[in-house]
Write a protein that binds this ligand. Structure first.
Ligand code: PAF
Length: 306
């Protein structure tokens, strides 16, 4: 061992002392600290679950942490607002950074480590010289088409977070349906020994999917916003009642959203497994939508078995 002080891998006491998580969560920001913690856990044969986030944590993120806790002895949450997944003119600068509040919330949830790497840790050679990870095909349509380069930024940063944290399991939300498919593809294609878990979308009581970007909504927009989910549910009901004119259902929903004040980007009925157009025999369908409402770009989806 070198003369450097090592980060001690603190034993998990919270099952014995219910409040122990609040006392024990460690906040680290360097790759070296993360590696040392990881080595300690490996030594004790403990598994690690990763929940990557960009912070501004809401109930949706917290449900990911709770799910992660069910799949591994150790839970690491990362907070890193990744510049490479924001396009020009998008909200990278405004993206809410609320680390103090996030830390408090995570402590209560019994996360083991909050990892807050800086840009040099994630991109040691700088962004311009960064090795890119890119998934073709799955990223061509929907958010990939409307936000060019977005998914390259996501896969590039997630691959780096996987390398820094070396998890056994990683948890992503279903709300970003295309994202979780892309990450599953990347993980399988690179033979990474990481199990990807998709957690159900957490919604406000009126159906609006929780998102950090909901806070860009003004009061009037906030009252309209649940209509995005309602439009998906309407399609779901139509599909379950036997309708198969997918194009017409998509158009109707787009018109409904437009009439409500949204600027729809896409409404699409696709095969849940790969986002390809479904044939009439397909039984697992995802209905996806994205729409601008004031300053907020909202996305949502539902999975329907027909
Ligand atoms: O879903 C997100 O918050 C981000 O895309 C992720 C996965 C943390 C990568 O920056």
């Amino acid at each position: 061992m070198s003369g450097r002080s090592r980060i001690a891998a603190i034993p998990r006491l919270s099952t014995v002392f219910p409040d122990a998580g609040a006392l024990l969560m460690q906040v680290v920001s360097t790759g070296e600290e993360m590696r040392e913690l990881h080595e300690g856990w490996r030594h004790h044969n403990e598994h690690v679950a990763l929940v990557p986030t960009m912070g501004n944590l809401h109930e949706g993120h917290l449900s990911l942490v709770e799910l992660a806790r069910q799949h591994a002895e150790r839970v690491v949450v990362t907070v890193f607002v990744n510049p490479t997944q924001f396009g020009e003119g998008e909200d990278y600068d405004e993206y809410p950074r609320t680390l103090k509040r996030d830390t408090q919330r995570l402590k209560k949830l019994d996360a083991d480590v909050l990892f807050t790497p800086d840009q040099d840790t994630v991109y040691p050679f700088g962004i311009d010289k960064a090795t890119l990870v890119s998934v073709p095909g799955l990223t061509r349509n929907f958010c990939g088409a409307s936000r060019p380069g977005h998914f390259d930024g996501v896969t590039t940063v997630v691959a780096r977070l996987f390398a820094l944290v070396q998890p056994d399991v990683a948890v992503f939300g279903q709300k970003d349906y295309q994202q979780q498919l892309v990450i599953r593809h990347m993980t399988a294609d690179l033979s990474l020994p990481i199990r990807i878990i998709t957690a159900p979308t957490v919604r406000e009581p009126d159906g609006l999917a929780m998102s950090s970007r909901n806070q860009y909504l003004g009061d009037a927009e906030r009252s309209v916003a649940p209509q995005l989910h309602a439009a998906l549910e309407t399609i779901g009901v139509e599909l379950q009642s036997g309708k198969r004119d997918f194009g017409a259902l998509e158009n109707e929903a787009r018109e409904t959203l437009q009439a409500a004040g949204f600027i729809p980007d896409y409404v699409a009925i696709r095969r849940a497994e790969n986002l390809e157009p479904p044939d009439r025999d397909c039984d697992e369908i995802v209905v996806l939508a994205a729409a601008q409402l004031g300053k907020a770009r909202l996305i949502d989806n539902i999975v329907v078995t027909i």
